[in-house]
Ligand binder design. Structure first.
Ligand SMILES: NC(=O)c1ccc[n+]([C@@H]2O[C@H](COP(=O)([O-])OP(=O)(O)OC[C@H]3O[C@@H](n4cnc5c(N)ncnc54)[C@H](OP(=O)(O)O)[C@@H]3O)[C@@H](O)[C@H]2O)c1
Length: 313
């Protein structure tokens, strides 16, 4: 199969980096659009990768950068809005809904053949409990409507929480656990997830670059096991050799903790995160199996990067 011309938005992030490496290994020419070219120059060690400084929210820029591309991948996303407090979701809509709309229109104008879109598990424009899930769902609705004629054709991916070296999930608790004395009061401790390995997510995207039979499909991506958040934090503490007692907070207290965290710069947790966690992040069907990918267990990967982390620490 000849290498394709692929343009990626969000290619500098946690999942983006895994995907860019995976696609470069297949010999594809990968163009990564970024707001911070200098800060991501390390990606240029990959021989077929080009980094372009670009404002992805400008439709003219998108059309120009997509010209000559076979495939466009959009991984841009945020977990929280930058302003403090729990707002009306304008920034979520700008990044998760309006940007994909511009991307799809630019793909059509530039004659891009395929659009690969990163959404999230339980995204739903109508019933999504959080701005995150609603805004992701609105983008999905638009893509299915707009691309129904196959111009471009599309594939949507809905992962549960993603783990791997450099994640913001396990690593956040790994950073926090050594500094909490004995007891960690944990919000949403009973929330359920099926964490999926970043390498498997990248593989799913890579397999959808050329396959014709995946056009118009949505793939839920989950790992092989379902864990509660409390269980994940307990396992993380154990892997770090720390004796910590995880104290599950009742629902009302979780909500209050989230409302307080809304005002902490950087929002380590938020009301929007709390609302997303009211739904179980587990798959109804196995999108990785449908793509012929064997799911990687947390047990096989997480202890190694936690060890590397404590070695550094
Ligand atoms: N990580 C997970 O557990 C998980 C689970 C489900 C779904 N997802 C989805 O997967 C995607 C990637 O997640 P990730 O964890 O890799 O995220 P990440 O590490 O935070 O990376 C996000 C990327 O989006 C770009 N970006 C962020 N805000 C932007 C903005 N306002 N305008 C333009 N570009 C912006 C950044 O690019 P530059 O800074 O280079 O411009 C960055 O490369 C997101 O859509 C996320 O919702 C992630």
């Amino acid at each position: 199969m000849p290498g394709r011309q692929i343009c990626i938005l969000g290619g500098t992030g946690f999942i983006g980096r895994a995907l860019v490496s995976r696609l470069a290994a297949d010999g594809h020419a990968v163009k990564v659009l970024t707001r911070d070219r200098n800060g991501n120059r390390d990606l240029l060690v990959l021989p077929t990768v080009k980094l372009v400084s670009a404002d992805a929210h400008d439709p003219m820029v998108l059309e120009r950068e997509f010209a000559g591309c076979d495939v466009v991948v959009n991984l841009v996303g945020i977990l929280n809005e930058r302003h403090l407090g729990h707002g009306k979701g304008a920034e979520f809509r700008r990044v998760h809904t309006e940007l994909p709309m511009k991307v799809v229109r630019a793909c059509r104008a530039a004659g891009v053949r395929r659009y690969l879109h990163m959404s999230g598990l339980k995204a739903d424009s109508q019933r999504g409990p959080s701005h995150y899930l609603k805004s992701k769902g609105e983008a999905e609705d638009f893509i299915r409507r707009q691309c129904a004629d196959g111009s471009p054709d599309f594939v949507i991916f809905q992962p549960s929480v993603v783990f791997g070296p450099g994640d913001e999930f396990i690593n956040k608790f790994a950073a926090m656990l050594p500094i909490v004395p004995g007891v960690l009061p944990l919000a949403c401790a009973n929330a359920r997830f099926a964490p999926v390995y970043v390498g498997d997510v990248a593989e799913a995207f890579a397999r959808c670059i050329d396959r014709r039979d995946v056009a118009g499909q949505t793939f839920q991506l989950c790992g092989p096991e379902v864990h509660t958040l409390g269980g994940i934090v307990r396992d993380t503490a154990a892997a770090l050799g720390l004796r910590r007692w995880i104290l599950p907070l009742p629902d009302a207290a979780s909500r209050v903790q989230a409302a307080i965290m809304d005002y902490v710069p950087g929002k380590p947790f938020s009301t929007d995160n709390y609302l997303s966690a009211t739904l179980d992040s587990v798959c109804d069907c196995d999108g990785l199996a449908a793509l012929g990918i064997e799911r990687t267990s947390m047990r096989g990967v997480v202890p190694a990067y936690l060890r590397a982390r404590s070695g550094r620490g």
